[in-house]
Design a protein around this ligand. Structure first.
Ligand code: FES
Length: 125
């Protein structure tokens, strides 16, 4: 028997349109982390905001996470690009390495974290 993970609301579905993204502070496996939540091609994806190349946030140099085409995630530090659907590096640098995915779901007009590894820091729930 599998136990459903707790659902932690992130935002309303309507507030996260295609190409939109936001950041949330979470506890992930007991550590404080920043999580990116984004919508791409209609689907919601979430990743810990840490590049596979170096421990830097994707938006550490610029306040963006998508490249100019809007088809790829891009780290603003050295330019690694990622597939938004999988978090896989498509660049020669770190090719095939993946951002750490956080499970999310969307139902009844709400986007929620739905991952056993996630909890919300005290005072933010
Ligand atoms: S730290 Fe992200 S590409 Fe180098």
């Amino acid at each position: 028997m599998s136990i459903e993970p707790p659902r932690w609301p992130v935002c309303t579905s309507a507030s996260l349109r295609d190409g939109d993204w936001l950041k949330r502070r979470i506890d992930f496996e007991g550590r404080p982390e920043e999580c990116l939540v984004l919508r791409f091609d209609g689907r919601i994806h979430a990743y810990i905001n840490r590049c596979v190349h170096m421990p830097r946030a994707l938006d550490c140099e610029q306040d963006v996470i998508f490249d100019r085409s809007g088809r790829f995630l891009r780290c603003s530090m050295h330019g690694i690009v990622y597939a938004p659907e999988t978090g896989t590096s498509l660049s020669v640098m770190c090719e095939g390495e993946r951002l750490c995915r956080v499970r999310v779901d969307e139902a009844d007009g709400l986007v929620c974290f739905a991952d056993h590894r996630v909890s919300i820091p005290q005072g933010m729930a």
